[in-house]
Design a protein around this ligand. Structure first.
Ligand code: MN
Length: 248
C-alpha cells in the first residue's frame, strides 16, 4: 500500500524539486535555494531527494555548513509546508534533522492527491533495476542493521567514509548515472498500484518527459548547479492548471 499525501485545500501551488546536492563547496546552489524559497508563491515545497551531496548522520546538523541549511529550511517551514524524501546521497537523514528543519518525511514512494489527480512521487534510484550492483548496495545501506552500525561510529569516521564513497571516482559515478535509467516496466507497475498516471522523480539528472504507454508518463526533474556555467536547475509546479516545469 503506497502512502498518500492529500493536499489540503489551501495548497494552490505545490513545488517539487530534487538533486540540489548541497555542499559547503557549492555556495551558489545554496544561495539559489535561498532565493527560490523567498520568492516561490507555492504553499508547499516537496524535496524529492539528494538535497544534500552527502549526509552522514543527524549529529552533523550542528556543523557550520549543515546548520546554515537547517536554519534556511526551518525559516522556510514557518511560511510554507516543507516535506523531505530521501535520496541515495542523503538516506541517513533522520528524525532529528527533520524536526529541526520543520519538514516531515515523505516516504518513497508517495502518492500526492492534489487538484483532482493522483501524482506518484519517488526519488528514482529504486527503479533503476538494470544496475544490479547498485540495487544490492541500496538494500544494504537502507537496512536498519547497516545504518545502526555506521551511525555508531564517530562523526569524523563517518565523514571519511562519506568522502571515500563519493570520491571512489566522481567520473565513474557520473558514467554510472548516465548508463542507468528507470525501468519502464517497474514504473508502469508502480503507477498501476498507485492508481496514478504521472510519475515524477529526480535522481538521473536528465530532465525530460517520457511516455510509458496507455496515457502513463514519467516526468524527470533536473539537478541543480549554480556554481558552474551554464547554471541549471528547475522546479515542477503542480496546480489546478496541471503540471508546469519552471527553469530557474
Ligand atoms: Mn540520486
Amino acid at each position: 500500500m503506497i502512502p498518500t499525501l492529500t493536499a489540503p485545500v489551501h495548497w494552490r501551488q505545490i513545488d517539487l524539486l530534487s538533486d540540489l546536492h548541497l555542499g559547503a563547496d557549492t555556495p551558489g546552489t545554496l544561495a539559489r535555494l535561498e532565493r527560490y524559497l523567498a520568492e516561490t508563491p507555492a504553499q508547499a515545497v516537496l524535496l524529492l531527494g539528494d538535497i544534500f551531496e552527502v549526509w552522514v548522520g543527524d549529529d552533523a546538523r550542528h556543523e557550520p555548513f549543515e546548520a546554515s541549511v537547517v536554519r534556511l529550511l526551518y525559516e522556510a517551514s514557518r511560511r510554507l509546508d516543507l516535506f523531505f524524501m530521501h535520496g541515495n546521497r542523503d538516506f541517513l537523514v533522520g528524525a532529528e534533522l527533520l524536526a529541526d528543519a520543520g519538514m516531515p518525511l515523505l516516504p518513497d514512494p508517495t502518492v500526492l492527491d492534489a487538484f483532482g489527480q493522483r501524482w506518484l512521487l519517488v526519488h528514482g534510484d529504486a527503479q533503476c533495476l538494470a544496475d544490479a550492483a547498485y540495487q544490492a548496495f541500496r538494500s544494504k545501506v537502507r537496512s536498519t542493521e547497516w545504518q545502526a552500525q555506521v551511525l555508531a561510529q564517530p562523526l569524523d569516521a563517518r565523514r571519511a567514509l562519506g568522502r571515500q564513497m563519493r570520491e571512489g571516482s566522481r567520473a565513474a559515478q557520473a558514467a554510472q548515472l548516465m548508463a542507468t535509467d528507470l525501468d519502464a516496466g517497474a514504473c508502469r507497475a508502480l503507477l498501476a498500484e498507485a492508481g496514478a498516471a504521472t510519475l515524477i522523480h529526480g535522481h538521473t539528472h536528465r530532465p525530460a518527459e517520457h511516455a510509458l504507454g496507455d496515457g502513463l508518463k514519467r516526468v524527470v526533474l533536473s539537478d541543480w548547479d549554480f556554481d558552474g556555467t551554464p547554471v541549471r536547475g528547475d522546479v515542477i509546479r503542480l496546480s489546478a492548471a496541471g503540471l508546469q516545469r519552471l527553469p530557474l
